[in-house]
Design a protein around this ligand. Sequence first.
Ligand code: NAP
Length: 503
Amino acid sequence: MAGTGIFTDILDGDVYKYYSDGEWKTSSSGKSVAIINPATRKTQYKVQACTQEEVNKVMEMAKSAQKSWAKTPLWKRAELLHKAAAILKDNKAPIAESLVKEIAKPAKDSVTEVVRSGDLISYCAEEGVRILGEGKFLLSDSFPGNERTKYCLTSKIPLGVVLAIPPFNYPVNLAVSKIAPALIAGNSLVLKPPTQGAVSCLHMVHCFHLAGFPKGLISCITGKGSEIGDFLTMHPAVNCISFTGGDTGISISKKAGMIPLQMELGGKDACIVLEDADLDLVASNIIKGGFSYSGQRCTAVKVVLVMESVANELVEKVKAKVAKLTVGPPEENCDITAVVSESSANFIEGLVMDAKDKGATFCQEYKRQGNLIWPLLLDNVKPDMRIAWEEPFGPVLPVLRISSVEEGINHCNASNFGLQGCVFTKDINKAMLISDAMETGTVQINSAPARGPDHFPFQGLKDSGIGSQGVTNSINLMTKVKTTVINLPTPSYSMGEGFISRL
Ligand code: NAP
């Protein structure tokens, strides 16, 4: 159970502690932040509301711990990460339980998130050992006008303190996707978990604590993003920000100093369906892509753009599958569970009502109880409706009928977002051309958009992000290239003759 067994240290009465200097602490603020269970709408957990002084302290320690961590051999850093991954996987049950209670993620998917996170940490440790163990050796005489008098050695060095801010929907996975690359690369790490998802993150951090990482290297500051977010992101000790979330990321980018940013933001992933597509395959992918975790995924299918000639058939197939989706508590592994908050449910309802007023066809009756919204497919959506452009982050999916592929591509490219997209057709040549034309970071051919596997590059164009994720890209982003140049008094050509006379 959450907060028990090996996790008792992280709880003070009914409030979870924050993690600083290798210890679990109670904030001097005397205040806590409530985490509301999305399904029951009652307070499930409480976390510390950390103060600015506590942030300052954490940053100070992160700076100093990083200096000795950078001198820790790479294989030792990897060994500790493997240990943390094993502890995390061994303790998947209480962590998954917190995910169920604080973000209403179905129980099975919650376990999957924790196991996937353990695998990501291990993969990162292995990849780090390989790519950080290699450098480059360059010779000066390849550039015009130069003799071979300079040897240039390159290696990758850490940036310093990395600030990680994940969102509520994959709090554990999107936290470790920042923590593991930062640590293997020799950085220290300050985590600010999402409020909904904080308790799962605190359990995950305890697994790193138990693995034996040095004091101060990893810290976890809790509190509302709206209250301590700016102080954290503009803190002078921070050398890199890795953020995943919504538009908040855009304002952070504008305020952050001259430091590397990894921003994975929102999306409005389009699913373009051509006339020759396998409609059963499309329907299954629309269900998986549009309704998994109640549509609260950055890479959810968020708009279907289907050729008019096959639209009726596709809509019927999707409707039949929507009817089979189970709706209810996450503990019972229902497909559709409560969305994360009342404000989120109200926002989704606003999009639905706007579509209703403007004449969209409702394939199911709109139904809501508290934060629980029944899955809804909206057909005949037109570009003047908000839902054609905005990200509902809920189990509501618009279908726009198109009369040409160009119309679909234009709709996709007119969006402010450019995360992923997908195209369904049996013609691979056409699919490649459409992929080239779509202004998104990734295009999936004949499958719904997806962030994983976690070692694939993952990036958004336009308002969907800055930089690229995926294990290798994250390690590279959290390092800087350092070069040392050896200057020789005479040119040095390997296997050259006249060695003695040149000496
Ligand atoms: P969000 O509201 O932007 O919050 C994300 C994180 O930012 C949370 O930890 C939040 O903390 C924190 N935060 C809030 N205000 C802040 C501030 N002023 N300074 C610093 N941090 C601040 O997003 P969300 O609702 O959790 O997640 C949904 C969004 O994430 C969607 O738009 C989705 O598309 C996007 N997303 C993108 C990806 C991707 O990889 N592209 C993946 C998953 C989700 P609090 O919880 O305490 O407010």
